[in-house]
Write a protein that binds this ligand. Structure first.
Ligand code: ARG
Ligand code: ZN
Ligand code: CA
Length: 509
């Protein structure tokens, strides 16, 4: 095992004593060492001789990876406690007291960051005290999470202003083209990460000078739970076709009589067709300006190898960014180069740039006198590889939100994700969103515009059978739902308060 010493620390510490907090220690320790997280599986870094009351900062921990953090191996020990915070403080993200199971209680905790970032590891003596004998802290990368957009996605701190009901029309000639529910849910997750700016790659991909331009659009996406007739749906249609490859010119994907599938009411749903696209095309979209004149063709089409971030996807378009880009168009965003040499995208804060950028550009790439920072090649509306685009700008957010408030305002009153079964009232304003989705068991559901008093929470499988789940109300609009040993697949969560029921779908993977 490769070992890297962080820092040796024979330093006088300043310890700020506060009243001990149990179950985790307050963020009041002294920063004593800093170093990079292990980047290769089974690699370990360590910091020697830390005193209780000190903390170390571990940089570049990767969302989705699992790290063990321990004082078990330490020779000089006291009864330690480890508390992990995001660098600089905030809510603790991991904690352990006596996890090694040894006398005098050294600590061991496994930590899977939900986002890429730097984290502070606090060492304390039980109960959250200082102590001047030294313990070693070892940090080992014990499991690599699935890389990419989904893995590092965080949970938005605020409620979205809109949740857009999505129907995915899968068109397939071969079995491979009949993509899995997992793959579909992974795309919904990427859309939510990207449009809420909780995508885990933002920090790493976006050059520092551009980060302030990054925006949370406040827009989310839900697989439809109610179809246009008011019936329960999985939000997915599957159509076998004898069309080998669809094209944008013929637009056959959008028409049942051409081997595709007619769209659902485009004023109430975002229609996404997933199929085999000819000619190396990754995807295409309609603009809101065409909704009135050509409603039957409204929506976006994505090739099955560029949809989502798992399953049949092919690098370098395997992180779900084609749909992010195409949905950007669907919400009226233009390519950042304005489809002309130094053209106009009608957004003020995107620098004018000469042409499309491909693959992964080095910063800065100056064109059209846009120095010193140059092109915004990490923008979702450029043509960079999926791994090299990671943001919308504030100006783009304004343009997209003008669209959802304007020509696409039918979405905000759509019942597509609202509710409900039976005789209960449909509340279309109250979208329900689950994070992180998919995952393997604990989902936080949040409502927009609603606060629940004493909600009843039920979880159903795809056949409508109620399954066991435990629920924990976090706030008046947030509930954590834990599915006990649920097998892989789509489930519906329903939250009822008095006479209303809200529903959303989740995927256990
Ligand atoms: N309409 C563009 C094309 O088909 C989509 C580009 C998407 N870019 C991406 N990195 N996924 O070429
Ligand atoms: Zn485009
Ligand atoms: Ca611009």
């Amino acid at each position: 095992m490769k070992k890297i010493i962080l820092l040796f620390v024979p330093v006088i510490i300043v310890y700020l004593n506060t009243s001990p907090v149990h179950a985790q220690c307050a963020y009041d320790n002294y920063l004593i060492a800093e170093g990079d997280a292990p980047q290769v599986l089974n690699d370990q870094v360590y910091s020697i001789g830390n005193w209780a009351g000190e903390m170390i900062r571990v940089t570049n921990m990767k969302g989705g990876n699992t790290y063990s953090i321990s004082t078990c191996e330490s020779y000089f020990y006291f009864d330690s406690e480890i508390t992990v915070y995001p660098a600089g403080g905030g809510s603790p993200v991991a904690y352990d007291d006596d996890g090694c199971g040894l006398y005098e209680g050294p600590s061991y905790v496994e930590f899977t960051p939900s986002q890429n970032g730097d984290y502070d590891i606090l060492l304390d003596e039980y109960p959250c005290q200082s102590n001047v004998s030294g313990m070693n802290i070892y940090i080992t990368l014990i499991e690599e999470g699935s890389v990419g957009t989904g893995a590092g996605c965080g949970i938005p701190a605020t409620v979205a202003s809109l949740s857009i009901p999505v129907v995915v029309h899968v068109l397939y000639k071969t079995a491979e083209q009949n993509i899995s529910d997992d793959q579909i849910m992974s795309q919904i997750a990427v859309l939510n990460c990207d449009f809420r700016k909780v995508n885990g790659d933002f920090q790493n991909v976006v050059p520092g000078v551009f980060q302030g331009l990054g925006t949370d659009m406040g827009i989310e996406f839900c697989l439809a739970s109610v179809d246009p007739d008011g019936d329960v749906t999985s939000g997915i249609t599957r159509t076998q076709t004898n069309v080998s490859a669809f094209t944008a010119n013929e637009n056959g994907a959008k028409h049942s009589n051409l081997g595709g599938h007619d769209n659902w009411d485009p004023t109430r749903y975002l229609n996404i067709w997933v199929c085999n696209l000819g000619g190396g095309l990754l995807g295409y979209a309609t603009f809101p300006a065409d909704l009135q004149s050509n409603p039957d063709e409204d929506g976006v089409v994505i090739g099955f190898t560029a949809f989502g971030n798992t399953g049949s996807v092919a690098a370098p378009y395997n992180q779900g960014r084609t749909a992010t880009h195409e949905v950007g168009h669907w919400l009226n965003l233009r390519h950042v180069w304005g489809d002309a040499a130094c053209g106009n995208d009608f957004v003020d804060d995107t620098p004018t740039q000469e042409q499309a950028n491909y693959s992964c550009m080095n910063f800065p790439h100056v064109t059209c006198n846009n120095g010193p920072n140059g092109d915004l090649f990490v923008n979702f509306m450029d043509y960079s590889d999926d791994a090299c685009m990671a943001m919308f700008t504030n100006g783009q957010g304004q343009r997209a939100n003008a669209t959802t408030a304007g020509s696409r305002n039918g979405l905000s009153s759509s019942a597509g994700c609202g509710a409900t079964v039976g005789i209960q009232e449909i509340d279309s304003n109250a979208g329900l969103t689950a994070y992180p989705n998919p995952n393997n068991g604990i989902f936080r559901v949040k409502s927009s515009n609603v606060s629940w008093n004493q909600p009843t929470i039920e979880v159903y499988d795809i056949l409508g059978k109620k399954i066991m789940a435990s629920a924990n109300k976090i706030s008046s609009s947030e509930i954590d739902i834990e599915l006990n040993s649920a097998s892989k697949g789509i489930y519906f969560i329903s939250v009822s308060d008095q006479n209303k029921t809200w529903r959303t779908s989740i995927l256990v993977n």
